[in-house]
Design a protein around this ligand. Structure first.
Ligand SMILES: [Zn+2]
Length: 114
């Protein structure tokens, strides 16, 4: 199953950008998608010629990376700047831990302990 080129249109099933065009020796060419496995074979010479007309040769047929101005591509933000470090004199101490709420029975318990 020698690869002879890439089809110019994406796979109709999965959208893979460059489905393979292959041809067995002495046979008609066919399109094979390596992503989803879809195969479409030419059944006669007319179909084979049409398939070959929509093929680009394998050399240089690797799909080009999408343009960088493609709005779908989200560019990563540059590394955030480090937060400025305050001098020790401006660092506020952490607030004191909240005191546990007094029990409504505290007064009664204190009275009973006596
Ligand atoms: Zn596919």
């Amino acid at each position: 199953m020698p690869l002879i080129g890439r089809h110019k249109t994406p796979c109709i099933s999965c959208g893979f950008a460059a489905p393979h065009v292959k041809r067995n020796e002495g046979k008609l060419p066919y399109v094979h998608c390596p992503e989803c496995g879809l195969m479409c074979a030419a059944k006669n010479g007319t179909q084979a010629r049409g398939l070959m007309a929509n093929m680009r040769p394998e050399t240089g047929a690797i799909p080009e990376p999408p343009a960088t101005d493609n709005p779908i591509i989200v560019k990563a933000d540059p590394a955030p700047a480090a937060a400025p470090v305050k001098p020790a004199s401006q660092v506020t101490p952490p607030p004191p831990a909240p005191r546990p709420a007094a029990s409504p029975f505290a007064t009664l318990l204190d009275h009973l302990k006596k």
